[in-house]
Design a binder for this molecule. Structure first.
Ligand code: SAH
Ligand code: MG
Length: 205
């Protein structure tokens, strides 16, 4: 079954392919009727909107974790810097204004719990089991490891761990995300369900 996606979803700035977004919808709908979803790395809310629409359709919610200060590649002078998202007063990146506007415009405010914090701080006292965790935060090895260790253990049995930006060929992209994808399978706790474009989906055994 397909669900109606928010009208603004294609105009929201971000880094998620449509087919990958559709995969998030399918797996969130399958696993989140009784448990919430959580994403690490929301940016302007593109992935959040897919997850929120899916969660809303099954009566669930998504926790959206992002410090909104941007990853390395979003900083001034870097490849994916967007000056519109730079707060000149704070002299820092700030994607939260844009994020909130996009969620509000989509009418999905009541399906999203923004957590404006680093992934490690948000994970520190976390106890709620999760139907789906989507990892799309920092791409350094340290950031990916912190995301994996902070969140993978909260995926409930039968739930899904989704990891973005898998590049089997190191020339196409950083290896930190695919490293945690491999680590999850080696742990014996997860099995690979599919890889759609650069999005890996694993099921918690
Ligand atoms: N999922 C988004 C893209 C995320 S880009 C989309 O669909 O378009 C990566 C995001 O991760 C950035 O917004 C950055 O601020 C955030 N991020 C990077 N490292 C983080 C960390 N350690 N804790 C929380 N957020 C982090
Ligand atoms: Mg990504």
């Amino acid at each position: 079954m397909t669900i109606a996606l928010p009208a603004n979803i294609d105009s929201v700035k971000g880094f998620l392919d449509k087919e990958e977004g559709q995969a998030l919808v399918e797996y969130a709908r399958a696993a989140c009727a009784k448990l919430p979803a959580l994403e690490v790395g929301s940016y302007c809310g593109k992935s959040t909107l897919y997850l929120a629409a899916a969660c809303q359709s099954v009566g669930s919610i998504v926790y959206a974790v992002d410090h909104h200060r941007g990853s390395e590649e979003h900083q001034p002078g870097e490849e994916y810097h967007d000056p519109v998202l730079f707060d000149s007063q704070a002299q820092k990146m700030d994607s939260f204004r844009e994020f909130r506007a996009n969620i509000d415009a989509a009418g999905l405010t009541d399906s999203v719990v923004p957590i404006v914090a680093t992934s490690a701080v948000a994970a520190k006292m976390w106890q709620t089991p999760l139907g789906l965790v989507f990892i799309d935060g920092g791409h350094s090895e340290a950031a990916a490891q912190a995301d994996y260790h902070g969140w993978a253990r909260h995926v409930a049995p039968g739930g899904f761990l989704a990891i973005h930006d898998l590049f089997p060929n190191p020339e196409e992209g950083g290896q930190a995300p695919i490293n945690i994808w491999r680590q999850a399978q080696a742990s014996g706790l997860f099995e690979s369900v599919e890889v759609r474009k650069t999005l890996g989906i694993l099921r918690r055994i």
